[in-house]
Design a protein around this ligand. Structure first.
Ligand code: PLP
Length: 429
């Protein structure tokens, strides 16, 4: 199927996907909505590798480069970038700078199965979403927050900043690839001074999936807030914030949802919102303010996003979600897992004791991290992959791991995986 056929199919399924979007607003999760929908859509026109090649053609990624770093930045399909550009031009030519934010938040809510659009606040990135919570909850000198020993700076620094400001304690639990043992470690770390647990849903270091549902249950039992750093799962793995039971979930549009860059969001559970005081505020966060000094915040999570927003970027995120819905979120998840399994099996077969996986075998996502066991440094390995074979990967220096991370998405092909394996063989000799 070529680009034109894809576009025709896209047009043919536009009605279905609009319905899909409406369904998702009613039914909640986009996954449930897809399963309920009988109307044929792109998701039912899988033509194997040819089909995925046509999806690849929707992305502008240059053909002489193999991009295996979606975990840092998810390239947008052309139609998303065109939509953003058009919208910016529309704003500048008409002065009409607003738009239907409700529809955008409804779509985001559908991706993570939030109760409604009211539970979603816009942010610019994951770090801002985490900062809204870390700076907004009641914590005094000596109160504690528990993190892991494998954080992205985006989940560590907001809490360390609060430590600087208010003298809170930041504790780090050492991760182990065993959920029962991990639960025990968190349980042991909780004290009467613990106010919050803030942990990645999927670590950016090794791609370990954390048992968020169990951690939320533990947190709720102990009267502690649970914030998940969800930078990675939305757009890659089924994400259901209600099932996970989190108090808050921080994520972004610029990784696995392939949306515009600098667009994020925060989910705030209904029972948590009144405990998170907006630290930054401005126009449109209120029901009422006056010159007697009164201020009533909105009852929705929109109390955390304020003033003039770049509507075009958030509208671009809606476009990215619609693009993925046309393919089908479940199909995307399966495709990513298929490629990851192929990648890991291939790597295993050529390892010959020269590297091992840091990613737990049970965490089958779009992220795979390996640790070299020979004398080549992770940086030299990444440089040679890029220099000799034009393969873009990411080095993991966090937590002193000095490892190499590979992340594949829907624009990756089976041929790309094979090309990568050949490149590894060449570089490792
Ligand atoms: C797990 C995790 N948390 C937080 C972040 C920070 O994301 P942002 O730059 O959107 O704040 C990242 C970025 O890679 C990440 O991988």
């Amino acid at each position: 199927m070529n680009r034109r056929t894809f576009i025709q199919l896209t047009a043919a399924s536009a009605a279905a996907s609009t319905l899909l979007l409406r369904e998702s607003a009613v039914a909640g999760s986009v996954y449930a909505a897809e399963m309920d929908l009988a109307t044929p859509s792109l998701s039912e026109t899988n033509e194997g590798e040819k089909y995925w090649e046509s999806i690849r053609e929707e992305f502008p990624i240059v053909h002489d480069q193999l991009y295996l770093n979606n975990g840092t930045m998810g390239p947008s399909p052309r139609e998303v970038t065109e939509r953003v550009t058009k919208r910016i031009q529309h704003v500048d030519s008409t002065g009409d700078y607003g738009g239907d934010h409700e529809a955008i938040k409804r779509a985001i809510a559908g991706v993570i199965n939030a109760e409604s659009a009211d539970r979603i606040a816009y942010t610019h990135n994951v770090s801002e979403a985490i900062s809204i919570v870390s700076s907004g909850i009641d914590m005094r000198v000596g109160d504690e927050v528990i993190l892991t020993d494998q954080e992205h700076a985006g989940n560590a620094i907001p809490w360390l900043a609060r430590k600087k400001r208010d003298g809170i304690e930041v504790k780090f639990v050492t991760l182990v690839p065993n959920d029962d043992e991990l639960m025990q470690r968190f349980s042991d770390a909780i004290t009467p001074r613990t106010r919050a647990i803030s942990v990645p849903h999927l670590t950016c270091t090794t791609g370990q999936l954390l048992p968020i549902k169990r951690l939320s249950a533990l947190a709720r039992e102990k009267g502690v807030w649970l914030l998940a750093d969800g930078a990675h799962p939305p757009g890659m793995l089924r994400t259901d914030v209600q099932e996970l039971g989190v108090h808050a979930y921080a994520s972004c549009g610029h990784k696995w949802l392939c949306g515009p860059k600098g667009v994020g969001f925060l989910y705030i559970a209904p029972d948590f919102q009144d405990h998170v005081i907006p630290t930054w505020a401005g126009g449109e966060v209120d029901k009422h303010w006056d010159y007697q000094g009164n201020l009533d915040f909105l009852d929705t999570a929109s109390r955390y996003d304020f003033a003039t927003q770049n509507f075009a970027l958030y509208d671009g995120l809606l476009g990215a979600i619609q693009f993925m819905q046309k393919i089908g979120f479940e199909k995307i998840e399966k495709r990513i897992q298929h490629l990851t399994t192929m990648l890991r099996t291939g790597l295993q077969s050529i390892s010959n004791g020269r590297f091992h996986f840091l990613t737990p075998a049970t965490s089958v996502t779009g992220i795979t991290t390996l640790k070299l066991d020979n004398k080549l440094s992770c940086q030299d390995f990444a440089n040679e992959l890029m220099g000799k074979h034009k393969v873009r990967t990411r080095v993991v220096h966090e937590s002193g791991l000095n490892a190499n991370r590979l992340s594949n998405h829907i624009y990756t092909s089976e041929a790309d995986i094979q090309a990568f394996l050949d490149a590894v063989k060449d570089v490792l000799g």
